[in-house]
Design a protein around this ligand. Structure first.
Ligand code: NAD
Length: 479
């Protein structure tokens, strides 16, 4: 008879064995030529390009995500990340010379970018391909070996990722371990050289605690409540269209989706009218209904469906009005684009990250009021300002802190290869994408070279006589 504990032990043994092999391999990767990294990235690129249909099918089976949406939000960002890395890797990895100040006269110094070693990537379910494979690109570009744990909630995509990695890499280079919390927790016991975690702030705390045991560095890509601020100077049609897209794509299950709208009362009515029109145009183009639309995904599972249903009910019980959507269909895990107004301050929907296609629209009285509302909550992953007032824009940029800001846009910054992506405090720490992703998986090692027999520091070696005293005085005053 199989003993579940034995099974667990066997799995932990397997993780340790793979970890041991990767540690040995990681040492050899430190000295290999850069074109070996390039080859790995190109193999990954080729596999993805050839298997786009398989990726589309897997994500569709997981939560009915439309094929083109898979291309736009899962495949394209990863291919862009690979192409960007291939284009810049030589420059990124080149040691960077730094200038010497007068006190370092005679020295030459540079920064060397060495791979961190064996890295763990733990991915969420909401962009199950993109958020597992995107960080892998950075880890490989930086010359690391990787153990990858995709989400257990997107079974089909996670299995596909496993078979993709098995096709391309040996297990001492990259290995996937699929499974749930137990697998994650077992892996977290190993002394990785870096952990890259994407998920909720609550789980991020567990990851950081586990990492502390081994003093492993972490990148935490977390979530939170990203506000969209719409003032009276905004172009309402354009704003509503962009917010409808950013909020309802992926069925609202996007870490950087506008979580709630703070709006000037003068433009609230027009905004809601335009939001209705834009939602129809984007997600119910042929007028058959959102549920029938091929362009609209589903909630990932029953737990999340019930959680969202609960958030709406709680808000309505506390006085909120549903001004759009609201007709949920549990058998299909279907929630249409839904907008709430008159939401009470203590409604849970204004406290918890929504992570679904439900948008509270809240009136504000002044920009100071907006700033206070944002600053009273944990720092968000993104903040969006829609308007043309330089005064408001400046006030918001100066007085609030967030992982990123978009002006008259939302969500799009995720795909900008030259911008660092990440949160701040509760929404995350460390940055990813492009050069910043390369840095996250690299140790910036300073190297200082001195001439033999020479060092300016000798002038202040003991004994601490009057000559040393004068030199220190001069140094402190002028250099
Ligand atoms: P989650 O935190 O529940 O799970 C993420 C991963 O952690 C999964 O692989 C899961 O198996 C693992 N995990 C779960 N519980 C664990 C535990 N106790 N110990 C160790 N590992 C554990 O997140 P999710 O539900 O998959 O994703 C939604 C959350 O992720 C939202 O908060 C969202 O905002 C955030 N997110 C952030 C980004 C970003 O880039 N900042 C991107 C996508 C999602």
């Amino acid at each position: 008879m199989s003993d579940p504990n034995h099974q667990k032990e066997a799995s932990i043994d397997t993780y340790s064995e793979v970890f041991r092999k990767q540690r040995a391999k990681a040492l050899t990767l430190r000295t290999e030529r850069l074109n070996e990294r390039t080859k790995r990235l190109k193999k990954l690129q080729l596999w993805i390009e050839k298997n786009q249909k398989a990726i589309q099918d897997a994500v569709y089976r997981d939560f009915k995500k439309p094929a083109l949406e898979v291309n736009i939000t899962e495949i394209y960002p990863v291919l862009t990340e690979i192409k960007h890395a291939l284009l810049h890797l030589k420059n990124w990895a080149k040691p960077k010379k730094v200038d010497a100040p007068v006190s370092m006269l005679g020295t030459t110094s540079f920064i060397r970018y060495e791979p961190k070693g064996v890295c763990l990537i733990i991915a969420p379910w909401n962009f199950p391909f993109n958020l597992a494979v995107g960080p892998l690109v950075s880890a490989l570009a930086a010359g690391n070996t990787v153990i990858l744990k995709p989400s257990e909630m997107t079974r089909y995509t996670s299995e596909l990722i496993d078979s993709m990695i098995g096709d391309i890499f040996t297990e001492d280079e990259v290995r996937v371990f699929n499974g749930g919390v137990d697998v994650s927790q077992a892996l977290l016991q190993l002394p990785f050289d870096h952990i890259f975690f994407t998920g909720s702030p609550a789980v991020g705390k567990h990851v950081m605690r586990a990492a502390a045991e081994n003093l492993t560095s972490v990148t935490l890509e977390l979530g939170g409540k990203s506000p969209a601020i719409v003032d009276e100077t905004a172009n309402i049609k354009d704003t509503a269209e962009k917010i409808a897209w950013g909020k309802f794509i992926n069925n609202g299950q996007t870490c950087v989706a506008p979580d709630y709208v703070l709006i000037h009362p003068l433009v609230k009515g027009a905004f809601i009218d335009q939001l209705k029109l834009a939602s129809q145009r984007l997600f119910n183009h042929d007028g058959q209904g959102f549920q029938q639309s091929k362009d609209y995904a589903r909630i990932i599972n029953n737990n999340h469906f019930n959680r969202l249903d609960g958030l709406i009910k709680d808000a309505v019980e506390k006085g909120a009005n549903i001004v759009m959507g609201g007709n949920l269909v549990s058998e299909d895990r279907f929630i249409p684009p839904t907008v709430l107004t008159d939401v009470a301050e203590d409604a849970r929907i204004l406290e918890e990250e929504i992570f679904g296609p439900v948008l509270p629209v809240v009136e504000y009285s002044s920009i100071e009021d907006v700033i206070q509302t944002v600053n009273n909550k944990p720092k968000p992953l993104a903040l969006y300002y829609f308007g043309q007032s330089n005064k408001n824009k400046r006030a918001i940029l100066n007085a609030t802190s967030s992982g990123a800001v978009c002006i008259n846009e939302c969500v799009l910054h995720f795909n900008h290869p030259n911008l660092p992506f990440g949160g701040v405090n509760n929404s995350g720490m460390g940055k990813s994408h492009g050069w910043y992703g390369f840095l996250a998986f690299s140790n910036e090692k300073p190297v200082l070279r001195q001439r033999i027999g020479f060092t300016t520091t000798k002038t202040v070696y003991p004994p601490y006589n009057n000559r040393v005293k004068s030199i220190v005085k001069l140094l402190t005053k002028y250099f």
